[in-house]
Write a new protein. Structure first.
Lengths: 141, 141, 141, 141
């Protein structure tokens, strides 16, 4: 069972993640170590060629793996990203971006996961980006 | 001699990089394969703990290495990032972030560079993040 | 249908990949954009703690994604690795290592894939390493 | 002042790093958070095109950053690599490979560094590979 709900994530966003609030990221599903997130398209995201800017894709990816981590450990706000590796695979269309994340390792001090990002409606063409990230988990107080 | 000036980069930003415009990124110096860029601090960038959000650091890093690339090949807007790897090393203070980038390889099809990001005034404490990125250069028309 | 067979891969290894020959890597299955490879354990691989050395894991991962690529494009020996990112997740036991690879993107110039490495018999404990790699595909002669 | 000498590293190699022994890696210089290492060329390293195999470059890079870390914390054998990211930039000649490493961060739990690898005698042509790596430092007993 996931240890956090989409509602709790959305409360966390409002309280503590202004970047996610500003960009309108949402969580659509949370499993045990997995989640699906969405970045609703806004024209301000565009860059040359009418696509979604790289920093937004990376921000969405970071958010997705963070949520997948919280689904296992509960609300531990201060887990921090130590590495994020993004491979841009295809030019995203100017449309919503969906992220499907899963945690690959949960240790005492480090967690690691991956996320594939898709343009909504074009999942069959493969991911627009694939991202891996590592998080450092603070020692329990 | 660099093949592009900060003024030309700023024109390029206005025309084609709304993310850089919105965040206020500027180029302070361009060398041959190197550059120094700045992200002026704004309260909206903050995340829990009063620091600069990760996507902004990654966006600044991508911008910096892109500029270092253009300093060698001139204005080739459509060079695209294929990989960006960010290591977050220290919590950035809520202050301007400086990026010092250099290109490590310029091939016919791929370019690769690195950038160290510093909190302004705290350069002596080491980088807040270290980023490497690869760009794909389109074939000449 | 895969465009190359395990037998053809083994011929290629004999002719051109002495590192794979020396270490004894084998291909157990090839699908369309996927494969399973094996590194049979030898005591010489060990490092402190009785585990498999990191370079061997990375060599196996590179080999696995290369085979997954060849399964789609056929025997193109000169495709070269441009980036390999390895996340070490768990200390491997002194035992055979299995790699399950899949290609995530095949473009004209670049291909990208991932592989999860497992200690044989302990797949349920999760991967010992997760690796992504990018290959540059030479222009057709 | 470095907290470990090349002689102590070579003792450590003999006792605990058979991969480094087998490949003949040596340490030429140790500074405070920096080092220079060497992989003497052997024909067995070759792969198609007469170059040095990727796993050997990655093994040398891992070794170099590990030594740069030990130069700051002394002999802590069990520091383990958690991430290694290798960018292959140029085909290495069949010749000795030199690595110039430096530590970019030393925290309580994580350390991070980079290394540039050069073909000896061709340093002016730029690195053949650039590698970054993260190490997890065990809690003090």
């Amino acid at each position: 069972m996931p240890k956090i709900t989409p509602e709790e994530i959305h409360e966390l966003i409002e309280a503590a993640l202004p970047f996610a609030v500003d960009t309108g990221m949402t969580v659509e599903h949370i499993g045990a170590g997995t989640c699906r997130v969405r970045l609703p398209y806004k024209p301000v995201f565009a860059r040359p060629g009418g696509t979604v800017a790289g920093p937004l894709l990376m921000g969405l990816a970071d958010f997705a793996i963070y949520v997948a981590l919280l689904s296992r450990i509960g609300r531990v706000e201060m887990a921090v990203t130590t590495n994020l590796t993004c491979n841009f695979l295809r030019r995203p269309k100017p449309a919503d971006v969906i992220g499907e994340a899963r945690l690959l390792k949960l240790g005492k001090r480090l967690a690691y996961g991956e996320v594939s990002l898709f343009t909504e409606g074009e999942e069959g063409q493969g991911p627009v980006a694939h991202v891996t990230a590592t998080y450092s988990i603070p020692p329990e107080g």
